[in-house]
Design a protein around this ligand. Structure first.
Ligand code: MLT
Ligand code: MN
Ligand code: ZN
Length: 315
């Protein structure tokens, strides 16, 4: 271990911390009485409440980047001591990156408005969404610096942690839909994040409509992939009576079935895969055949507070 370039100081380990494993709405969702949401309100039921979509990453354990700022970020920071202030006015959270403009990924920015230096990384399309919604002017640009990131261009997410954004098939945010949206759009509105540190590679994709060959090639050989686990079956919300939309209509490929992520990921060489952005209706939240099928594919179900430290064998 050297101290020369600041990148290999004592505690240098690439780590990822699931701040929120649930999709938009969380588990339980405020207006939902589905089986999972009901059980999540009962202590000891086996279903533990989960907050909305966010991941934190670090290479030194002291400075963290938050990928997606969920409306639950205040709760998430308070429940993960690594992310709490170490002095009077301080935060280990140095940067925030947004992978799309959905409410579950951007609303938390408003919680981070208290004149704390912060770098926000976004594509120009996602930046435009923030500009179009004047409430985000609450983030004082003197403290919150926004950096526009081009697709496929490396940048420093944190010192010693290089990242790249890449297009992932998806759609515009729900609140911007005007008629029938293109749900398989590839551009700057929905992105994934590829991160490199210490010779390891983590890929984070909380929303994905399908896996084109270029994306499969990118995922192949990764150390760790966090992948869209919104719905188990495409028509899950319709079948359980909570909604009228399929996963495909929401820009999320299902886990199971033809064209599902289990099928698409099974031929790839990925050391570890964890489902995140899991909707409250998804049966993988509970023990049963659906979770067994996921586990049989060597894939884990993410949960709040799950921390992975690469290179130590820790799980
Ligand atoms: C999604 O991931 O589909 C969105 O978060 C939906 C929403 O904004 O409610
Ligand atoms: Mn979402
Ligand atoms: Zn529910």
């Amino acid at each position: 271990m050297t101290d020369n370039d600041g990148r290999e100081r004592g505690n240098s380990r690439f780590r990822a911390l699931v701040l929120g494993a649930a999709a938009g709405g969380g588990l339980p969702q405020w207006n939902c009485g589905c089986e999972n949401c009901r059980d999540a309100r009962i202590a000891g039921s086996g279903i533990v409440p989960q907050t909305q979509s966010s991941l934190a990453v670090s290479v030194d354990g002291e400075n963290w980047a938050v990928l997606n700022a969920s409306p639950d970020i205040r709760h998430q920071l308070e429940h993960n001591p690594q992310l709490q202030p170490k002095s009077l006015r301080h935060s280990p959270v140095k940067s925030v990156l947004l992978t799309n403009g959905d409410i579950d990924h951007i609303a938390g920015l408003l919680i981070l408005r208290e004149k704390q230096p912060l770098q926000v990384f976004v594509t120009s399309a996602i930046s435009q969404i923030l500009d179009d919604n004047p409430v985000f002017r609450a983030l004082d640009p003197e403290f919150v610096r926004r950096e526009i990131i081009s697709l496929d261009q490396p940048f420093d997410l944190l010192p010693g942690l290089t990242a790249q954004l890449f297009a992932v098939p998806g759609k515009v945010p729900l609140f911007m839909e005007d008629g029938e949206p293109d749900t398989r759009l590839e551009g700057e509105q929905t992105v994934g994040v590829e991160m490199h540190a210490n010779g390891q590679r983590i890929v984070y994709i909380p929303g994905c409509a399908f896996i084109p060959p270029s994306l499969a090639a990118r995922l192949d050989g990764a150390s760790l992939v966090f992948f869209d686990g919104t719905v188990f079956t495409d028509d899950e919300m319709i079948r359980c009576g909570t909604g009228i939309k399929t996963g495909a209509r929401m820009g999320h490929m299902a886990i199971s079935g033809e064209g599902g992520s289990l099928e698409a990921l099974r031929s790839l060489k990925i050391e570890r895969i964890i489902y995140i952005h899991i909707n409250n209706t998804n049966p993988i939240w509970r023990e049963g055949p659906e979770r067994d099928l996921v586990n049989a594919h060597g894939i884990d179900v993410g949960h709040d507070g799950m921390e992975i430290t690469l290179g130590t064998g820790a799980r």
